[in-house]
Design a protein around this ligand. Sequence first.
Ligand SMILES: [Zn+2]
Ligand SMILES: [Zn+2]
Length: 338
Amino acid sequence: MPTIDAFETWLRPDAAGLCCIPGGFHVDPARAVERAIITHGHSDHARSGHGAVLATPETIAIMQARLGETCAGSFQALRYGETLDIGDVALRLVPAGHILGSAQVVIEHKGRRAVVSGDYKRAPDPTAAPFELVRCDLLVTEATFGLPVFRHEPDAREIGRLLASLKAFPERTHVIGAYSLGKAQRLIALLRAAGYDRPVWLHGALKPMCDLYVRLGIDLGQIALVSDAPDKLPGEIVLCPPSALKDRWSRRLTDPVTAYASGWMRVRARARQVGAELPLVISDHSDWPELIQTIAETGAEEVWVTHGREDALVHQIGLMGKRGRALALLGYEDEDGE
Ligand SMILES: [Zn+2]
Ligand SMILES: [Zn+2]
């Protein structure tokens, strides 16, 4: 079997992040580089200042909306499934199922295949193309929820809890903290899939990204700004950034039931800390069983772990008879992708 060093001749972590040496690019670099491939638009992966950015068309649109049209010197869009040859490296982006436009980077070099997953989940999500499993020799995986305690609920069950609460407290506003990119739009789409057809009311900070999703073809039904509401929205659903849950902003609503949608809501202390009366375990990352399943199904002999709970997952990878390694890359905080 090849050693870690065999992969390291062409894919290796450096001060900026994960670098493909023969391809001359970094994947999701934490500092500005000449050429970057960006897996998705969350701020710990997509940063400004790169010379050239290659990503899916959706990720490019999201980056330009969040960071400005000129956040990179140039942009090149690569659609899911299209192959691009860069020297003797063949490159492909395939869906990661994390948020709209999110991709795994498939890199082939001299008969060996590496997959850099970025953030991913395998549960269906109406706002993202479904995760595609790619068999490979080396898998670079995230580990945000890389502890056995993390098992996410089926999202339909969590949406059911929300709708039941709405029924039980028909006079109260249900205000849900949700990150502006990915979570907010997924929540709205899940509510629509469950048959909820009232307008969904938005804090101003969430509106631009919802509008962009709609422009990119994701149906969110009727959405409206809280600031345009005719009353204090009794019995309605309001989405806001998590930081707004505890501030004065929510006082304009009617006796609000506070909810928070995140994989971290599995942890009671976290739910208390963010002031969530109704914690909804809705995550855009793989939970522990999904991480293990993915590592097994890719057939990778070697697995590198980029961010999250590296230690537990690396240990588990060893138990699976594979070589595991914590990359300990800097700069991934997952500040808005939970
Ligand atoms: Zn991340
Ligand atoms: Zn993310």
